[in-house]
Design a protein around this ligand. Sequence first.
Ligand SMILES: CC(=O)[C@@H](O)[C@H](O)COP(=O)(O)O
Ligand SMILES: NCC(=O)COP(=O)(O)O
Length: 237
Amino acid sequence: MTKLSVNINKLATLRNSRGGNVPNLVKSAQDIEGFGAQGITVHPRPDERHIKYQDAHDLAKIVTTEFNIEGNPIPKFVDLVLATKPTQVTLVPDAEDAITSNAGWDTKKHRSFLVDVIQTFKSAGIRTSIFVDPNKTMVEGAAETGTDRIELYTESYAKAYAEGNHNGIKPFTEAAEVAQKVGLGINAGHDLSLDNIKFFKDHIPGLLEVSIGHALICESIYLGLENVINMYIHRLQ
Ligand SMILES: CC(=O)[C@@H](O)[C@H](O)COP(=O)(O)O
Ligand SMILES: NCC(=O)COP(=O)(O)O
């Protein structure tokens, strides 16, 4: 079975746009779990443009499924993860000014840095995953860092699939086969959606978990519109 971890960054974006606490992230996470999701993901960025560091503390107290914190392991992120002790930390090499994550780790170049930081998290009992492109060398390099899992960066697959090109899955299937050979668990994420998730799942052996945020929240808004508009109309009669 592949677990669904819902990334709630976008709910925080919405909340922050008005100040205040609507939508309430803690209640949303509890409801998302109640609706069947098997995990909650957050990706606090250094500027706290959506998830605030305090959100990670608050969520750590109430998430009963798998709590996954993603981010670039700068010192204050490392401290946050060690203080909140999520089920999993996913290391992402994103620049401070990146709009969203846009590349996986160069696991060869950053090997010794990754070995150290992964050891720090694993010693604290936190499962580790590192964000990588679907590239054989990078996946083999990931195995040398001591990480438990990799997260395959799926943007290129999602883009190709949206353009009707199903060959975009090939490097991901190959990367997953390499990961299985070297004993790494496999997660995936970025731009996965209701449209592309089934084909992805069907072609990735051993897919343990997907984290999905942007599309899932957009789909929820769109698929909820009719219901909510009808509720307003009913109250206005
Ligand atoms: C790591 C990853 O793939 C990202 O998709 C990320 O978690 C989303 O971050 P933003 O919500 O800031 O775009
Ligand atoms: N790790 C990927 C993630 O958490 C969500 O990415 P996206 O669905 O917001 O692109």
